[in-house]
Every structure is written in C-alpha cells, then in structure tokens.
Design a protein around this ligand. Structure first.
Ligand SMILES: NC(=O)C1=CN([C@@H]2O[C@H](COP(=O)(O)OP(=O)(O)OC[C@H]3O[C@@H](n4cnc5c(N)ncnc54)[C@H](OP(=O)(O)O)[C@@H]3O)[C@@H](O)[C@H]2O)C=CC1
Ligand SMILES: CC(C)(CO)C(=O)C(=O)O
Length: 304
C-alpha cells in the first residue's frame, strides 16, 4: 500500500478554540485540511459544529507546546482581542515570512496587535459576519446572518484561504478596501454587542424602536470618526447596518453578551474603545460612545 505523503495534506493551527475559531476550523476541515488546536485549556477529541438540524464532527489534534504543532504555515487566531497577549508564545512560533495569520477578531487594530508578536508573518484580518456560540469544549452552534459569512482583503494570498473556506461552506467575499469593511462591521459591534451586554437581552433588543434610535446615534458618531480615519462610510451605511442587525434571529446572543453571562472580561477596547480613542485624536466628540465605554468598563475595568 502506498502511503499519501503527509506534505499533501495542509494543516491549519487554531489559536482560540472558541465560538468563531471552531467554526473556521470546521470550514478548513470540510475543505480537507488537518486542524491542530494550540493550547486548549479544556481538550476535546473532535469539533462538533451544529447548524440548524445538522451536526458535523471533525477529529482534531492538540498541541500543548509550539514544538508539537509540526509542519504548518497557516494559523487562525480567534481569541478575543484583549486575550491576544496571553497567546503571544503561540504567535511568536509563527514569526516567519512563510506563515499567514488569519485574525478573526471584531473591532480594529488586528494587524498592529498581532504584528507586535509575529512581525515577519503575513497578517490578514478576517471579518466575521456569522453568529456562533460554544456549547461545550469543542462544541459550537453556528448561525448565518445576511449574505456573507466572512470578508477578507482582496490579495492573492487571501484568495487561497478564501477558496478553502468557501469549499468548507463559508460564504466568503473579498474587498479591496478592508479599512471601510472593518469600520462597517464595527458599526454593528459598537451597538449590538454593548447594548445586549448592558441590557442582558438577546439581539431581539435591537428591534425595540427606542434602542434602534440610540444605535443610530451611536453609529453616527462612529461614521464621522471612521471617515477621519480613511473609511469611506456614509450615513447610508448606518441604515444598512441597522437593517442587517434586524436580520439576526432575535434569540441570538452576541459575543459580548456571552462573555457577560459567563462573567468573563468584556471585549470593548478594540470596539467602542477604538472609536473613542480615534475621535479624541481627530477632535471629534463621541459622547454616546464614551458613555457606553464608561458603562462597560464599570462592569469589568480591564480590557485593551
Ligand atoms: N461569537 C460570535 O458570534 C462572533 C465573534 N466575533 C469575534 O471573534 C473573536 C473571537 O470571539 P469568540 O469566538 O466569540 O470568543 P470565545 O470566547 O468563544 O473564544 C475564545 C477562545 O479563546 C480561548 N483562549 C483565550 N485565551 C487563551 C489562551 N491564553 N490560551 C488558550 N486559549 C485561549 C478561550 O478559551 P477558554 O474558553 O478556555 O477561555 C476560548 O476558547 C472576537 O474578537 C469576537 O468579537 C465575531 C463575530 C461573531
Ligand atoms: C454580528 C454579531 C453581533 C453576531 O453575533 C457579532 O459580531 C458578535 O456577536 O460579536
């Protein structure tokens, strides 16, 4: 019997085996990649992804140290942005020009955050549009929202990964203007995430007329700041984002509300925090975002 040379099978390393990481790893596994999970705090033998009535399972391998990863040049980083420093030893293991790090984190500053640990690697932000919630170690429930699941920069390298993710049933778009795409997704995350986390309500809260108007005003501040930062945002994007948020099934739980319910630190520094910070830099007032930021930091003061 002839053995398949192992180099024909591509491997993706997953740093952050949570809601989003498990879904992206599943997509790579469906496209024929091997998955190695880096430093999981609660090990599991396989990923179980449930989408509607269907559950897909994929066996994975664990690496307890960077030395155990083996031959691999592709990484999905899906820890919360404020947890990036805590996985720096894994990122440093990929600090080479041949490695690509797909950074699946909401908010802004993906490249800068990761480049401080792996400056030589190719760092690609991945914008995530789906909703996901972990139901146990290695187990995740995926819900699609709108027309696309992921958005990557329009580069030759990114297209290779987009193809695999698409084979793995993700609906992927690419964009030549990643700055605008990141700010556009941010409009949803500086409203739905804090509003659900602060009220303790699922995304159905975004259908409340008074909440909708508040969200519109929070987004309006961010559009001005985003424009000053080079994003080609218009007021129409506000209405598009509000309409998109209405399409999320009402019982969905945002990533920030998941953290609030679990008593974990909240990811606001890379979201609302970035709007307030960039607003100060440009002399643009952001009173609503500053209010939201102060309320979130009163729940849990440490987040970057
Ligand atoms: N969930 C969603 O619907 C969406 C989330 N996003 C974004 O995706 C990113 C990831 O979020 P999400 O998947 O929800 O987050 P989760 O909290 O579900 O997953 C993060 C994972 O990282 C692990 N982790 C954190 N620190 C370490 C460490 N030092 N060593 C090993 N593992 C670690 C956590 O492990 P442990 O459980 O042990 O803490 C957890 O499994 C965020 O930026 C979020 O905003 C974007 C769109 C949708
Ligand atoms: C769009 C949304 C709200 C989907 O869950 C999200 O990005 C998040 O939960 O962080």
């Amino acid at each position: 019997m002839t053995m398949q040379p192992s180099s024909n099978i591509k491997t993706v390393a997953l740093i952050g085996a949570g809601a989003v990481g498990l879904c992206l790893a599943t997509a790579f596994a469906k496209a024929g990649w091997q998955v190695v999970v880096c430093g999981a705090r609660q090990p599991f033998a396989q990923i179980e992804e449930t989408e509607g009535a269907k559950t897909h399972t994929h066996r994975i391998r664990h690496a307890l140290t960077p030395a155990e990863i083996g031959e691999c040049d592709t990484v999905v980083l899906a820890v919360k942005s404020h947890q990036t420093q805590s996985v720096s030893h894994w990122l440093q293991a990929f600090n080479r020009a041949s490695a690509t790090l797909l950074v699946a984190q909401n908010g802004l500053g993906q490249k800068e955050r990761v480049a401080s640990f792996a400056p030589q690697a190719n760092i690609l932000p991945v914008i995530v549009y789906f909703n996901a919630q972990r139901s146990g170690p290695g187990k995740v429930v995926l819900k699609h929202i709108g027309e696309h699941d992921l958005c990557l920069p329009d580069t030759a390298t990114a297209h290779c990964f987009a193809d695999s993710l698409q084979k793995g049933n993700m609906r992927v778009q690419t964009t030549a203007d990643i700055t605008t795409a990141l700010w556009l997704k941010l409009l949803a995350n500086i409203t739905a995430n804090p509003i659900t986390a602060l009220t303790g309500r699922s995304t159905g809260v975004m259908q409340d007329p008074a909440i909708l108007e508040t969200a519109r005003q929070i987004m309006a501040e961010a559009v001005k700041v985003g424009q000053a930062e080079g994003a080609k945002l218009t007021t129409q994007h506000i209405e598009n984002s509000l309409a998109w948020l209405q399409t999320i099934s009402a019982e969905s739980i945002t990533s920030m509300l998941q953290d609030r319910q679990a008593g974990r630190a909240l990811e606001y520094g890379a979201l609302t925090g970035q709007v307030v910070k960039a607003g100060k830099k440009h002399g643009i007032e952001t009173p609503l975002n500053s209010l939201v930021l102060s309320l979130l930091s009163a729940i849990h003061p440490i987040s970057c």
